[in-house]
Design a protein around this ligand. Structure first.
Ligand code: HEM
Ligand SMILES: [Zn+2]
Length: 182
């Protein structure tokens, strides 16, 4: 997992719960890096999982709720600090249609050792179906990113996560309704 994600995770915890909580999380997770993350470097996925698990325990919420909240916070952060531009997209449907071949492809170009998820988006009218595959099974982060991106485009969506890798399916799938503008 890319260092930028860890940097944003640290900001997310510090901004919402304070420096003491983040220090506490680092100490309890006993991560090999010691908690110093460089934006362009790659760190073990296990570190991210260890941190997310400790954060959830500290906050007394489920890991999936912690990852969702983080994903929502992550979206504008990726836009503002990453080298990736996506200002040509004017709607969430537009972004999801191009997620793999432009946005994440650009991540791969800039950081070749990034491991990226695979997304497919099938759109029809005000409905769509999103398919997600990744060895990381981070559909909770994907849901948070969806919420964050809907907010970014001032759109209102409802989602139904009807297939999930955590429940034995080969891939995660969501039905998304684009209910309208905020
Ligand atoms: C709704 C939009 C998006 C969704 C659903 C999405 C989904 C995801 C997910 C689920 C991951 C976790 C990795 C995995 O599952 O294996 C990820 C990683 C990542 N995404 Fe996206 N993403 C979105 C938009 C963006 C945008 C706009 C950017 C940049 C401007 C971006 C940059 C990245 C980066 C840098 C990583 C980390 C790759 C790594 O650690 O190796 N994503 N994305
Ligand atoms: Zn899932």
């Amino acid at each position: 997992m890319q260092g930028i994600i860890f940097n944003v995770l640290a900001d997310f915890v510090v901004e919402n719960f304070g420096m003491a909580t983040w220090n506490n999380v680092l100490e309890k997770s006993a991560v090999p890096s010691g908690g110093r993350y460089t934006s362009g470097a790659t760190y073990a996925d296990e570190e991210a999982v260890a941190l997310a698990t400790t954060i959830a325990a500290e906050l007394n919420i489920s890991v999936s709720d912690a990852l969702k909240a983080f994903g929502e916070y992550l979206f504008p952060q990726l836009l503002s600090r990453g080298p990736i531009v996506m200002q040509e997209y004017t709607s969430l449907q537009d972004l999801l249609t191009h997620l793999d071949e432009t946005v994440h492809a650009e991540v791969k170009r800039v950081t070749p050792d990034a491991y990226l998820p695979a997304f497919e988006f099938f759109s029809s009218g005000d409905k769509g179906r999103l398919v997600y595959r990744s060895k990381r099974k981070m559909c909770a982060v994907a849901e948070g990113l969806l919420a964050g991106s809907a907010k970014h485009f001032d759109q209102k969506i409802t989602i139904d996560h009807f297939k999930c890798m955590h429940h034995g399916h080969e891939q995660c799938e969501w039905n998304i309704s684009f209910v309208g503008d905020l």
